[in-house]
Ligand binder design. Structure first.
Ligand code: 5GP
Length: 110
């Protein structure tokens, strides 16, 4: 099923895309929980980590390396940041299209 993120990826609804390549886009979270709160979203419609399989290995690795690049570009690499992904409703996932949250500034305490 198509989510709001598919519509953003397909440019059906406008969004301020902070980074884009063949495999993913990066946008600011509409409801930020930290000073820096970006969403790293694969273009492939994968629901969440439960739905990812072996053929998605490269995409998953790529998303993490994009997080690293963004952290460096935003100069938060040394001070530190969090990468988080929610899985399923019980895991706090509200948009059913895989995404990593990149958070920095006031860390979510686990
Ligand atoms: P989840 O709860 O699924 O882990 O995270 C979904 C995130 O997407 C939430 O933090 C929410 O604020 C954000 N979000 C939901 N709809 C939109 C939207 O239309 N645009 C943007 N930029 N973020 C959204």
């Amino acid at each position: 099923m198509n989510s709001i993120f598919s519509k953003i990826i397909n440019k059906e609804i406008p969004s301020d895309i902070r980074y884009e390549d063949d495999l993913c886009i990066v946008i600011d979270d509409i409801n930020p929980k930290a000073e820096v709160h970006l969403l790293i979203i694969p273009k492939k419609n994968i629901k969440n980590i439960n739905s990812a399989n072996q053929e998605d290995q490269m995409i998953l690795g790529h998303l993490l390396l994009v997080c690293k690049k963004l952290a460096k570009d935003l100069k938060i690499a040394d001070s530190g940041y969090q990468i988080l992904t929610n899985v399923g409703e019980g895991g706090g996932q509200t948009v059913m299209h895989l995404h990593f949250h990149l958070l920095s500034g006031n860390a979510v305490t686990l």
